[in-house]
Design a protein around this ligand. Sequence first.
Ligand SMILES: [Zn+2]
Length: 442
Amino acid sequence: MPDLLIHDCDILRNEGDRAWVDLHQDIWVDGVRIKDIQPASSMPSPGNLRIVEAGGRLAIPGLMNTHAHVPMTLFRGLAEDVSVEAWFNDYIWPVESNLTPEDVYWGALLGMAEMIEAGVTCVADHYFAMDQVAQAAADAGMRALLAWAVFAHEGEAKLEQTCKFVQRWQGKADGRITAWLGPHAPYTTTPDFLRLCARRAQELGVGIHTHVSETAEQVRLSLEQYGVTPVRMLLDTGILERPAILAHCAYPSDADLEILHGKRAGVAHAPKTYLKLGSGIPDLRRYLNAGIPVGLATDGAASSNTLDILEQLRMMVLSQKNLAGDSTVMPVAKALGIAFQGSAQVLQMGSDLGEVTPGRLADITLIRQDGAHVFPRINPAANLIYSSRAADVDTVICNGQVLLENGQLLTIDKAQVKREVSRRLARLSQRVPGNRIAIYPA
Ligand SMILES: [Zn+2]
């Protein structure tokens, strides 16, 4: 017997070049999955059923954030209008040396409150003290793919700690948590360290989430130091034999794209960060033509200021059109294909997420469509991309559980989270001379 009925919603669908809406539908949820979808009120509803009244709401797949550093909400607004090098060396890596595990928990919960309010049900997070992020995801009810970031200078013992994290949390929280390894990036590790990460990932049967080719300068330094591109280094060290999330990968050569073709690797694309850093927007047609999945990401709130995927979706479309100098590039259906199916593929959950259809996991976001800014509803799909706001998110369901209803968080006490974060701020934002967790090369 189903557990949950989402009554009388409109369902957004996209396939290839087409996007459309099925009006007045009932979505039946059984446990963690969508069991059935039928025209509204066409089937009698049994007793003991949790009913979400969704008249006039647009049901979309729960939004996915394929690369973030969720606890960095703690540093939102701390380092503005500075170079990438200064951003790391003078701000972020010094203040991150102040973090305690408990700080990470509250920063993660703040980020999850923000994401749930913005309709995001799943995040691939890459950070430190990941037990706390996993606990926050367990408490918040979100789905999370978690990787503990590790640098080569932290050594093999630290990598082993991150392997233990994988074993502690794999499949926990009713299956919502997936744990991978997270070597920080080729430029903060070594080929030997990456080889070790690949071997341990294989032994554990898990994937790898890493940053790669974020800027043209990183590619230049890699060629100078090792004679190969960062993507080629991932190939040579065995990383690409594992499922992989490649954060940014904004400067691949044609040969890099050939390397990635056919691998279980996807690119996490975070246009707001690229625009803000002035680091350049990659042409996504190159990846899609090479058959490489692309998904949407926010990166951390210290660079992108929000964890809002609708905002990234809009920026992706606008920046691709602008880059191409062509208004026909990145049409509505293709953009939805990246936000939904593309992101699900990058997360290696292409058959479980990314569509509101029977058999998929019940990760569903309901969006209000009664605002003046989305009226008239001539093209609800275009409205979603060009007009809707995170504040229009009304109800969020993840793994069959309601996390937000009528705009109200059900699993997180936001006032408490803000209090906990506030009382940590003065200590956290101190930059102690000489204290930093790593050094950005320049
Ligand atoms: Zn990142």
